[in-house]
Ligand binder design. Structure first.
Ligand SMILES: [Mn+2]
Length: 336
């Protein structure tokens, strides 16, 4: 499966047999508003990951730490319509979201999130009911628009579409760019908890807000998906992302978020993505920052697994609670 010359995550040999961790590059870019270039970001990130240290200090071991980490061939769909592309992405992802391996998607613009949510329905802890799922979103933007320039599947609507799909709880951090419509939604939708960068990065009392964020993460129960839009970091660290924004999270805050989440005693992180990775040409900083975070996610997953916190099978809790079968992005919903 490994082609000569195709880069692998961390430069690791592809493991034999079962896949424990699947690295899924998704070369998806349709709607990024400000710049172009997020489609090639995942490959640049994988190339940059060859320079990341394999030793993780919390894990106290070199990756892959006895597990098999596979870099899956990139999804690079060319279906004629946006909705058919989303369906193609969903089909590509489903086999990796069934609970027997940990999927880490590399994007590509944030529009990959709705297909990731649809794939996550197949996870045994989610049981086809996304109201069981907590979505943790690191982002500069709340991504809660109903549409951007007439497009409901724009990257600027990723979190709104995840809520439409039925996600039970959305926890956001790093947020500092949003419309009045989004601001209203953040204040009125009881499923959403937003930690604004203005508060967590405040020179005067940022630490109080940050401690609260970590407390909220520690108290999550049940399955979780972590979506990291790298523009949640301060723009200085990720200048080649689609829409870099000043005033964002430090590298260590994102690392602490990852560690705290994977350590939460009653939560299971069932999947993650690092998205809006751009290709920086004057320096590899953007793609290297993304590679560092992706590596931290993998190391935190491995540590959780070694600590017995990767229990993805669940006793059936009664009939599967599914509101409506999902028929695909490009198929009309039943009854319409
Ligand atoms: Mn986003």
């Amino acid at each position: 499966m490994e082609d000569e010359g195709v880069p692998t995550f961390l430069g690791l040999d592809q493991g034999q047999g079962d896949v424990d961790i699947a690295i899924l590059p998704l070369l998806y870019e349709l709607t990024t508003s400000y710049r172009q270039g997020t489609a090639q970001g995942p490959i640049a990130c994988i190339e940059a990951s060859a320079q990341v240290e394999l030793f993780d200090v919390q894990l106290n071991e070199d990756l892959p730490a006895g597990l098999s980490i596979h870099t899956i061939p990139a999804w690079d769909g060319n279906e004629p319509t946006l909705l058919q592309q989303l369906d193609s992405l969903t089909s590509h992802l489903i086999p990796w979201f069934k609970g027997d391996c940990f999927p880490l998607c590399l994007g590509g613009e944030h529009g990959i999130l709705p297909p990731i949510m649809e794939a996550t329905r197949h996870h045994p802890l989610v049981e086809n009911d996304l109201s069981n799922l907590t979505l943790v979103q690191i982002d500069a933007h709340s991504d809660l628009r109903e549409e951007l320039e007439g497009e409901a599947h724009s990257h600027a609507c990723a979190a709104a579409r995840a809520l439409d799909a039925g996600v039970g709880s959305l926890l956001q951090v790093g947020i500092r760019a949003f419309s009045s419509e989004e601001h209203k939604r953040m204040r009125t939708d009881s499923r959403i908890t937003t930690f604004f960068a203005r508060d967590t990065q405040s020179v005067r009392d940022g630490l109080q807000h940050w401690d609260k964020w970590l407390e909220v993460l520690s108290s999550i129960e049940g399955p979780v998906h972590l979506t990291i839009d790298i523009d949640g970091l301060d723009g200085a660290l990720v200048p080649a992302t689609g829409t870099p924004v000043p005033g964002g999270l430090s590298y260590w805050q994102v690392e602490e978020t990852i560690q705290t989440l994977f350590n939460a005693p009653n939560a299971v992180v069932v999947g993650a993505d690092v998205n809006e990775i751009g290709v920086q040409h004057d320096s590899p900083l953007t793609q290297f920052t993304a590679a560092m975070l992706a590596t931290k996610v993998v190391a935190a997953h491995v540590l959780a697994r070694k600590n017995g916190m990767w229990n993805t099978t669940k006793e059936p809790s009664g009939p599967v609670r599914s509101s409506e079968p999902f028929t695909g992005f490009s198929q009309p919903k039943g009854g319409e």
